[in-house]
Write a protein that binds this ligand. Structure first.
Ligand code: IDP
Ligand code: MG
Length: 138
């Protein structure tokens, strides 16, 4: 069993595809063990994406992630991290496979609808960034 963090990004909330994203995860057999809708401040977004702080798109990415509400969730299941990455599709929707969330809904490489942790270490950091022990599982 593995846990991962996913986010329906502001463009996904604006496009009204929260349920669609969640449904695709559930259909893959993953279980949602924590879920909430929050509005990040610029500083919250900077803290979450701190690994990207030297990247040229950091300012624009953190503006985007704090422009409207997001839905954050913890997903649990076998190979949850890679499963979510597969369902999401490539970062750039133009390179994303048919049937992936990003292929179907993303606007561009930045506004790409969904986030998923990329390793057990980042999943651990990201889950703890948004949820405390009381909010997970139950
Ligand atoms: P990932 O979300 O597929 O793991 P990362 O490389 O970790 O992709 O980048 C984090 C996020 O930063 C992306 O999901 C996207 O929103 C944004 N991003 C990545 N590359 C670019 C870029 O070249 N220009 C603008 N935004 C980008
Ligand atoms: Mg990433």
């Amino acid at each position: 069993m593995e846990r991962t963090l996913s986010i329906v990004k502001p463009d996904g909330v604006e496009k009204n595809v929260i349920g669609e994203v969640i449904s695709r995860f559930e259909k893959s057999g993953l279980n949602i063990i924590a879920l909430k809708r929050v509005k990040l401040t610029k500083s919250d977004a900077e803290g979450f994406y701190t690994v990207h702080k030297e990247r040229p798109f950091f300012g624009s990415l953190t503006d985007f992630m704090s422009r409207g509400p997001v839905v954050v969730m913890v997903l649990e299941g076998e190979d949850a991290i890679s499963k979510v990455r597969e369902i999401m599709g490539a970062t750039n929707p133009q390179e994303a496979a048919e049937g992936t969330i990003r292929k179907d809904f993303a606007s561009n490489i930045e506004e790409n609808t969904v986030h998923g942790s990329d390793s057990p270490e980042s999943a651990d950091f990201e889950i703890n960034y948004f949820f405390n022990a009381l909010e997970i599982g139950g």
